[in-house]
Each structure stands twice: as C-alpha cells, then as structure tokens.
Design a protein around this ligand. Sequence first.
Ligand code: PLP
Length: 380
Amino acid sequence: MTFKFSTKTVHFQKKVQEKNVSKSQPIYQTSAFSFNDLDDMEDFYRGNKEYLYTRYSNPNTDDLGNGVAQLEGAPKGIATSSGMSAILAGVLAIVNHGDHIIASEDIYGGTYQLFANELKDFGINVSFVAMNNLEEIENAINENTKLLYSESITNPLLRVENLSSLISLAEKHNLKTMVDNTFATPYLIKPYELGADLVVHSATKYIGGHSDVTAGVLVGKESLIAKAKTKVVNLGCNLSPFEGWLACRGLKTLAVRMDRQVKNAQALADFLRGNPSISKVYYPNSVSENGNGAIVSIDLGESCDLNIFFKSLQWVKIVPTLAGVETSVTYPLGTSHRSVPDGIRSKLGITKDLVRISLGIEDAEDIIKAFEEAIEQAKL
Ligand code: PLP
C-alpha cells in the first residue's frame, strides 16, 4: 500500500511476532484489542476470544490474578488497581445494601475507613470486634450479617489470626469469610486452603516487592470472583497492563525475597528482645514452617527519644508502606492508623512510641548494627 506522510506515521509496517516466543511476557500496553470483522469481534461475546477492552481484561493483569491464585491454591484470581479496590470488589461480591459485616477491630487503617465511612453511605453496616474472641463475634451476628472479615497477620501488632476457628464459626452461621493475606503472603499462610471464600492482597507490598507498583489481587471461589470481576469492570477498578507486568516480575522472586526477609526479621527480633532499652517487641511465633513473617514492631517506651531514633537510623528510611527489598520503618500512629479512633488505638496498643519495621533483603548484621546504633543515640 502506498500512503501519504501522515498516514505512514500511523500505519508504518509493524512486526507481528507469531513465530518467535519471547522469554519474558510482553507488555500488552493497549487500551483495547482489534478485530478483522464483526464476526471476529462477536467471538469475544461468544466466549471464543479472551480480550476486547483492557478495562474488562488484559493478559498482564490476568497473569497477576492467576499467578497469585495458583500460589494461594485458589481456582481463580483477579488483579485490581490497588489493595483497597480489591477489598471493595471482594466485599461487594458478597454484601448488598442493608447487609452487615463483622470485621476485626485491628484491621489496616485504610480498610477501617472504607468500612466505617464509605460502606455506611451505601447502606452496609460494619461491626468491629476482637476477632480472637469468638463469643464477641457470635454476639455481633444479626440476621443481616453476611461476611466475616479479618487479616491473617494484623497490622501493625502482628497478631496471628486463628483462621480455622473463624472459618468454622462463619460456616456454622452461614457467613462468608474474606481474609487480607498481605502481611503473611501465601509463602507463610494460605487462607483459601483453610476454607476462606475470598483472599485479598495489597500487591503493592510483598507480591510486587519493590515499592514501584500500586496493585491489588483478589482470589477465591470462581462464582465470587466472577461477581467481583463485574464490580471491577463497572467501577473501573482495573489495573494497568504495565503495573500488572511489574507486579508479575516481582511475584517471580516472592519466595527468595520472603526467605531472606523472614530470616532477617527473626534475627532483628531476637536482637531487640535482648536490648533493655526496648520496652516491647512484637514478633509472632510458630506462624508457619517457612518462618514468622518479615515485619517486627517495637514499642520504644519512655527510655528512648522517638525522633532521635528515627533520625539516627541513617539508611533505614521512614516510609508509609512496607515489604520492599529495603529495610524501612513506619510510624503507625502518624500514617496507617492516623484515622482510627483514639479509643480503638489505645485498646489495641498502637501507642505514640510504636514503630513498625519492615525487613528488607540486606545482610542481617548491617540491619542489626543500624538499629543498635540508633537505639544507643536515642537513649534518654
Ligand atoms: N491491606 C493491608 C494489610 C495494607 O497494609 C494495605 C496498605 O497498606 C492495604 C490493604 C491497602 O493496599 P493499597 O495501598 O495497595 O490500596
């Protein structure tokens, strides 16, 4: 075909790679897929073609949903624009206007906001309870209760939920269960295999692993994932292809990253427990055969100056996130739990001296040295 200049700028000849299979998954950085004729397009609606429009689905985002589903042992998964939108889509797959949710009182602050403020405006009520108190949960159940929502390892105090007993309680009362598995990852805990209906991740954290992507994943029963997928499409909560690709690249190293990060966390927790200047060390025991997680929280108490401690950490930076390959610290009172009411925060132990440490993949000796020096500088 002979084109004039402007047409050529758009329709120059492009390679179609059908014979060569690229080693790395290509990025399908496209908002839509193209068709040769109406019959070809109708094939999408007949179920003979997978892709039409990226807000509906895209190979890179499908890879992420399916990859995490396989690791969780679940039949189906979808990727979304953030952990928050994955939580929203999962919840809306289960509850409607007029329904009631029972949620753990020590959930992530953003989830607390979504439940306490946003869902209320949609006519969905949430009761926050101590999830380790089965009697309190049973007392909160009413005729509209549809969902029990918890985190496998809580943020920031690292309480390990007894998922098996929660799931049997939910089954007894015909409730669905949804578990945020962000902190544990399927490397440590697999809530779906324990019977949870839906499992959600902020893939911004360990799944992506490099602090360069904001994404969410929801996995679980096929029928629920199909409903959640409709919500994602209609609410526009889809993930971009590039972010899906980046998160998939991170996912490939989840096991090796977690292995190192968990070992570093254990080493730092052991060191901090032996340091008399630290009033409390939060680090769970017996979480899984792969270790106890990669987050350690500490309460500096009255014997250290908090700000001098943060300043003296030098290469360990304060960030409002976790799970990257760099060790970092967070101040929950000032960030993730800022919006949680005072009463709940003090009941939970989220004090003004609480610091959450996310272990990276550096050498344990260097990490311990950084904390040892900062504690020494901050001692009152
Ligand atoms: N769940 C947990 C446990 C989290 O820590 C976070 C964010 O910190 C979220 C969900 C929300 O994820 P995102 O920031 O990717 O929306």
